[in-house]
Write a new protein. Structure first.
Length: 163
């Protein structure tokens, strides 16, 4: 848990782990949720939406107006709560909606289940205001099979099986 998303050669890592499995063997691991970036309302969201809409292909006027929409979004680097990215540690995020077709099928793994964890009851900037209640309210909504996990959980666990 919490190791595969640091791999710079993620596909190679999965292939090597798959090779170690017996027929129908299972591999259970966690990944960071790329879709969570939509809900963070910070610079991760800005990057997510600018990639989603491919903003760089437009002229300066459109880009300027687009980025103006995000002026109120927080800049994580100014916040008290830092994360591993702020230390310049490499890590990947993955889309739980497309992980099976884009990656698992290519390496010979079948997805038996996706389970979400580390739910956020509000965008992360609210943790700075009242960290104790933020964590309590987030724990209350932590349900691995809740559809909201696609958007408000920062991580997910994949239960895979060798094909």
């Amino acid at each position: 848990m919490g190791a595969f998303y640091y791999s710079k050669k993620f596909i190679t890592t999965l292939k090597n782990q798959r090779k170690k499995l017996k027929k129908n063997g299972r591999l259970i691991f966690s990944l960071r949720n790329k879709l969570f970036n939509m809900a963070t309302l910070n610079d991760y969201s800005v990057k997510f939406y600018s990639n989603l809409y491919e903003v760089n292909k437009y002229n300066g006027k459109i880009k300027k107006k687009f980025f103006k929409l995000f002026d109120s979004f927080s800049n994580r680097k100014k916040n008290r709560f830092k994360n591993i990215d702020d230390e310049k540690v490499f890590s990947n995020t993955h889309n739980p909606l497309s992980i099976e077709n884009e990656i698992l099928n290519k390496v010979g793994l079948k997805c038996n289940g996706i389970y979400f964890y580390h739910f956020h009851s509000l965008p992360p900037m609210f943790e700075e205001i009242d960290s104790v209640n933020f964590r309590k309210s987030s724990l209350k909504i932590e349900k691995p099979n809740d559809w909201r996990g696609f958007l408000i959980a920062s991580g997910f666990i994949l239960d895979c099986q060798k094909k």
